[in-house]
Design a protein around this ligand. Structure first.
Ligand SMILES: Cc1cc2nc3c(=O)[nH]c(=O)nc-3n(C[C@H](O)[C@H](O)[C@H](O)COP(=O)(O)O)c2cc1C
Length: 165
């Protein structure tokens, strides 16, 4: 154990041991879809129904996303590792082929084939370290019947295996 200081490498290695579900946050600003992959998604409150994620201050998506008056959290299904990588990648049109998506009745982009959709309106944000905490009020949900999730652990994507009990 290190006393007061944790190096960035130690910090990254420790957090790589935390398995997390994977979401893609999507929104449309002036009809242009934006989105990025995040594992920092979490539930926050039941009454009212709040969820959160953290987005890097240096994210090129954040200046757009912060302008959106609604956004969607797409909880990725176990077979969507390619989609997760595409929405984290520096190059390419994230919403171009082969990404399959549509918009809901309010124009929010929704990815096809995901385990769960949560549609949200912005509730609050807070600057925390080098990230921004984004809290959303959940205004709608859609849950797929076979909702096996995608997980991220030790820098790799994988699928959830129930222990059978
Ligand atoms: C598995 C995984 C999880 C990620 N989680 C987050 C996250 O929670 N918050 C975040 O800001 N970026 C996260 N990223 C990075 C973003 O997906 C994206 O690569 C980065 O923000 C650069 O793209 P941008 O300029 O569009 O933001 C994650 C990337 C991967 C591969």
């Amino acid at each position: 154990m290190n006393g007061e200081h944790v190096s960035e490498e130690q910090f990254r290695r420790a957090l790589a041991g935390h398995a997390a579900g994977v979401v893609v946050v999507t929104a449309a600003v002036e009809d242009v879809p934006v989105g990025l992959t995040a594992t920092s998604f979490s539930s926050v409150s039941l009454r009212p129904p709040l969820v959160s994620f953290y987005i890097g201050q240096s994210s090129s998506t954040w200046p757009w996303l912060r302008k959106a008056d609604r956004f969607a959290v797409n909880v990725l299904a176990g077979d969507q590792a390619d989609l997760a990588a595409r929405f984290a990648g520096a190059n390419g049109d994230r919403f171009g082929p082969p990404t399959l998506w549509r918009t809901d009745h309010l124009g929010t982009p929704l990815l096809d084939g995901v385990a769960v959709h949560l549609t949200c309106s912005p509730y609050t944000t807070a600057d925390i370290g080098d990230h921004v905490l984004v809290v959303g009020l959940v205004t709608g949900t859609r849950i797929a019947e076979s909702g096996e999730p995608l997980l991220y652990h030790q820098g790799r994507f994988g699928q959830f295996t129930p222990d059978g009990r």
